[in-house]
Design a protein around this ligand. Structure first.
Ligand code: BG6
Length: 460
């Protein structure tokens, strides 16, 4: 392994999100979010958000584990309903703010740079009940009010901000926006893409707000980037791969970094029969509020093949199919291990956005795991980390401006889709879906591997 291209001031981190680790779902004034409600629907089958790994009461121990690991950054999210329990209050919840003040202060005191996500899948349920959440234009003002509150409180100590996590995932899994998956597809996407549009306008206002006040700080989105590869060298496969990747990942990045909705995205919506309600002045809001850092959630590649006899008039989602590559290893949940994909993906980002700094905000390998004499021998996760870090180093050598690596996840947490069964952590938490036990933390083999890698890199 040769990672000498990675600069000495590189941030070695890890990642989590509030509803997946905190627990304390109704403590000290916290309201309920759509992530809570969504998880309660599955409470009889798997873990929900009520306790998870109880980071809310174990944050000091968890930061101690980060420090021992040698982390120099930690990407986490602030729970929106801990700050504005129903979403529409005029004043924030002081206890909620106090929790994050102590967390951030403690991270900084331990030499760990906080990378803070404002909204990671947990819009307050109050806003969804009141006016439908992001589908309503009022949500823009409510998000900007929340973001402004965070910047007023923490802007002097946090210099790395992420606005919205994986907007494209919210559109596809629209129940995370409070839009029923049972609606007819066209109606569901009509609502979801209107919500997507409002999120774009909201984040643009927050980018402007922050960059006007803190010209040296970094702020941007955290985008799900699924590098999309053609199944063959045939141009038909290459075109669908390009169009899918553009529609799903690059449209989100283009809007945030270039301040304009790309024509290829607008064309797709027309093909889907979707029309977005806009107001005059919206284009100016987008062009005046641009991100200056790119958060990239990168796990795997996807491979696509063009369906026969399809015309360009059809939406991209109907003109291709995803296939598995028999040469790649897949997790039990169908995510491949394709490390050169991250090198290729990062090169594409440089082609498109030049030297914009990039934070790898998520990247990780999931497994079902069980303690063996207090140990977890997570060989695949170690291999995944090693090969992906190597490929990132190659990309850096090529000139890509990656500034921080934050694998998913620092600690075992509630998987969005699969409860406690699907684990990603460097730190194991001894609990199952239904047996909380003592929530004891254990360092996995991957923890020691990463600790060693960071120490070697810093000493070399
Ligand atoms: C990303 C999310 O989409 O993928 C995380 O930002 C999530 O919140 C991660 O946990 C993995 O997905 P899952 O369903 O395995 O938890």
């Amino acid at each position: 392994m040769d990672i000498t291209a990675i600069p000495k001031n590189f941030l070695w981190g890890a990642s989590t999100s509030a509803f997946q680790v905190e627990g304390a779902y109704q403590e000290n004034g916290k309201g309920l979010s759509i992530a809570d409600i969504r998880s309660f629907k599955k409470s009889s089958k798997q873990l929900d958000t009520k306790v998870t790994v109880d980071h809310y009461h174990n944050w000091e121990e968890d930061i101690q584990l980060m420090k021992e690991l040698g982390l120099t950054s930690y990407r986490f999210s602030i729970s929106w309903p801990r700050i504005f329990p129903m979403g529409d209050e005029q004043e924030p919840n002081a206890d909620g703010l106090a929790f994050y003040h102590q967390l951030i202060d403690h991270l900084l005191a331990n030499g760990i740079e906080p990378i803070v996500t404002m909204y990671h899948f947990d819009q307050p349920m109050g806003l969804i009940e009141k006016y439908g959440g992001w589908v309503d234009r009022q949500s823009i003002a409510d998000f900007v009010k929340y973001a402004k509150c965070l910047l007023d409180e923490f802007g002097d100590k946090v210099t790395h901000w992420l606005t919205i996590n994986e907007q494209a995932v919210l559109v596809v899994a629209s129940d995370m926006l409070g839009i029923s998956l049972d609606l007819p597809e066209k109606e569901r996407f009509q609502l979801a893409y209107q919500a997507n549009y409002h999120m774009w306008l909201a984040q643009a206002q927050v980018y402007k707000l922050y960059r006007d006040q803190y010209p040296n700080g970094l702020i941007g989105p955290a985008i799900s980037y699924i590098t999309t590869l053609p199944a063959s060298r045939k141009s038909a496969d290459m075109v669908v791969a390009k169009q899918l990747e553009d529609f799903y990942s690059f449209a989100q990045m283009d809007v945030a970094l270039k301040g304009k909705i790309p024509q290829y995205f607008q064309n797709e919506l027309i093909k889907m029969g979707i029309s977005i309600v806009t107001e005059s002045g919206d284009a100016t809001i987008l062009s005046q509020g641009k991100a200056n850092v790119l958060g990239v959630n990168w796990y795997c590649t996807t491979i696509v093949e063009a369906l026969p006899n399809q015309t360009q008039q059809m939406p991209i989602l109907k003109r291709m199919k995803r296939i598995e590559d028999p040469d790649l290893v897949y997790t039990d949940w169908g995510w491949n291990f394709d490390s050169q994909g991250i090198h290729y993906g990062l090169r594409q980002l440089m082609d498109r956005y030049a030297e914009t700094p990039i934070i790898i905000t998520e990247c990780g390998w999931s497994e079902k795991e069980k303690l063996e004499d207090g140990e977890i021998h997570d060989k695949m996760r170690i291999a995944y980390l090693e090969e992906h870090i190597q490929q990132i180093a190659y990309a850096v050598e090529d000139g890509v401006n990656v500034i921080s690596f934050n694998p998913w996840s620092f600690i075992d947490l509630l998987s969005v889709g699969d409860g406690m069964e699907k684990r990603y952590g460097l730190v194991y938490v001894d609990r199952t879906d239904f047996d909380e036990k003592e929530l004891k933390r254990y360092k996995k083999d991957s923890y020691y591997y990463y600790q060693n890698l960071i120490a070697n890199h810093q000493q070399s």
